[in-house]
Design a protein around this ligand. Structure first.
Ligand code: HEM
Length: 532
């Protein structure tokens, strides 16, 4: 080998003109290998910065907007330049391609090197973090029965009691404010969803969000998402794609993401476990279907480690609270901005005889359902999903794409390590799918105007708000039930009025909102509330 190299060196010294054909041959060989994977030949938006690639544009613009503009110009499948010279990112808005990844090849596409460490920090190494078919199915199998359709019916009265704890407190506050209270909706919805997940999944009373534990957890989440409005933090988040090692360093903007998990794991989780230890004494696991009991029984039988027990507790307290808090707040905010929709919803709920039960919520309140769908369409709790291919694959496309060599393809070969970004928020607002994609118009779900092409997704509402396939949201039923119960009670007692303040949106793993000239408030979605 060494001799061949020396011969080549001597040959090149004696005949330097050979350099050109050799380099050309190497380049052709390299290009042939790369061209097997077509991501490099996909359309790319103009104007990438050489430091931030296109990612600077992504964080500068309102969440989701720029991906939609690029899709309008380039089609449903394109690539963007990543920050700091990391490999180009494949942006996928094509329903067939997304369905392929989420439904068919879900275990070949892991959460990316940026996302997975963040999930570990935020939630713990539980169901949302685990990768690999065997381990994921094991965890899912353990937890699913506690969130089943049947169990949901049994939980219903607990959901009501917990929701009422918060709404009664809130009624007093509005009353004390002379019936014209300015409210940050996240405060109220956060207390309500935390109290519900505590009661139905962990047999724990968060006292309407007023207990010391509850206050600490809610404050920790507020602090955890706050770096999303600082430019320095945004640059740091961009650096993570190129230098994942930063995940292991004590960087404050990253550490605060884990505050709520730490508070739960070192505090309230101990108390929950201690108080319910007797559950495991000689019981039939089938007779205890709440989440905490299932976890404790599995732990005492040696099926899960102590580390996993704590990780699942923090995972479910935070996921049970976070996304529903955001969605519910955005929904009420839109109702305040659309008094006609609010009145129509109130009228439907008032006309319902008695109190709707779980089955009634599924089928007998169509306008409530439409409001819910429209809110989850415009404000999906998780605005982007990011996966990385672990194996070679070929992604099928519904809409063919023209490559830089002029070829039009409807299949995209992918190499391992390719990052795929699915911009849920952008996809769910595209005019090509929803006509007037940016408009809050619940009626679209009742008048048949929603494009049936979205039916490629098998998930709730044929949308991606709860994701799709084997890793879809395991808490969908509870999320929907709690939001419907809370909203029903709120419509009965309060009128929500727009404050016309300038609200801006940012992404901090979930979709967050700030009042533009009041950043000191932290995440905030303001409305004025009047008692009816
Ligand atoms: C409006 C409410 C909710 C929304 C919009 C929502 C959305 C989502 C989405 C998009 C995913 C997929 C994440 C990914 O693959 O990267 C997910 C997964 C998950 N969600 Fe939800 N969620 C909601 C409520 C809940 C609730 C109430 C719980 C707990 C009771 C929960 C627990 C989870 C868990 C544990 C996962 C990971 C599932 C897995 O990987 O197998 N979510 N959720």
């Amino acid at each position: 080998m060494l001799t061949a190299f020396q011969d080549l060196q001597t040959g090149l010294r004696d005949h330097p003109f050979l350099l050109l054909p050799i380099c050309t041959a190497i380049w052709v060989l390299y290009a042939a290998c790369r061209s097997k994977y077509s991501v490099e030949s996909l359309p790319v938006p103009p104007g990438a910065s050489w430091i931030f690639g296109h990612e600077g544009e992504v964080v500068k613009n309102a969440p989701g907007r720029i991906f939609r503009e690029w899709a309008d110009k380039l089609g449903l499948t394109y690539r963007i330049k990543a920050a700091f010279g990391a490999r180009d990112v494949l942006v996928l808005c094509d329903p067939a391609g997304i369905a392929h990844i989420l439904q068919k090849k879900v275990y070949d596409y892991h959460h990316s090197r940026v996302v997975r460490p963040r999930i570990g920090r935020l939630l713990g190494k539980g169901l949302g973090w685990v990768e690999g078919e065997v381990e994921h199915k094991r965890m899912r199998h353990l937890i699913s029965p506690s969130l089943s359709h049947e169990n949901m019916k049994e939980m219903e009265s607990d959901v009501r009691v917990a929701a009422m704890q918060v709404i009664d407190n809130f009624t007093h506050e509005v009353h004390a404010s002379n019936n014209k209270k300015w409210v940050n909706l996240f405060d109220v919805t956060g207390k309500a969803t935390l109290t519900i997940i505590g009661r139905v999944a962990f047999l724990h009373d968060f006292e309407g969000g007023e207990s010391e534990d509850a206050r600490k957890i809610l404050e920790a989440r507020r602090i955890g998402v706050s770096p999303a409005i600082k430019s320095s933090s945004l640059i740091m988040f961009m650096l993570l794609r190129r230098f994942p090692i930063l995940n292991d360093l004590p960087i404050p903007a990253l550490q605060v993401q884990g505050l709520a998990r730490e508070i739960i794991q070192s505090g309230v989780a101990h108390e929950m476990i201690r108080r319910n230890e007797d559950v495991v004494e000689g019981v039939d696991p089938k007779s205890h279907n709440d989440l905490l009991s299932r976890l404790l029984i599995a732990h005492s039988a040696g099926q899960i480690s102590t580390e996993e027990l704590y990780a699942q507790i923090s995972t479910f307290i935070i996921t049970g609270n976070e996304t529903s808090t955001q969605t519910l707040a955005f929904m009420i905010w839109e109702l305040a901005r659309h008094p006609d929709v609010q009145e129509r919803l109130r009228k439907e709920l008032k006309a319902f005889p008695g109190e709707p039960n779980y089955d009634d919520f599924q089928a007998k309140l169509p306008y409530l359902d439409a409001v819910m769908r429209e809110s989850l369409r415009l404000y999906p709790g998780l605005p982007y999903m990011e996966r990385v291919a672990t194996k070679e694959d070929v992604i099928p496309l519904r809409e063919p794409v023209k490559l830089s060599n002029g070829k039009v393809v409807s299949e995209l070969p992918i190499s391992p390590g390719q990052v795929v970004l699915i911009p849920i928020l952008s996809f769910q607002r595209m005019d090509s799918v929803y006509e007037d994609g940016e408009t809050f118009r619940p009626e679209r779900w009742l008048d048949g105007s929603v494009d049936t092409s979205t039916r490629q997704f098998s998930g709730w509402g044929h949308m991606l708000a709860f994701s799709d396939g084997p890793r879809n949201c395991i808490g969908t039923r509870l999320g929907l039930l709690q939001m419907k119960v809370i909203l029903t009670y709120m419509m009965e007692r309060f009128r929500f009025v727009d404050t016309h303040e300038d609200v801006t949106f940012k992404i901090s793993s979930s979709l967050q909102a700030w009042v533009a000239d009041k950043p000191e408030l932290g995440p905030c979605l303001p409305v004025r509330v009047e008692l009816l």
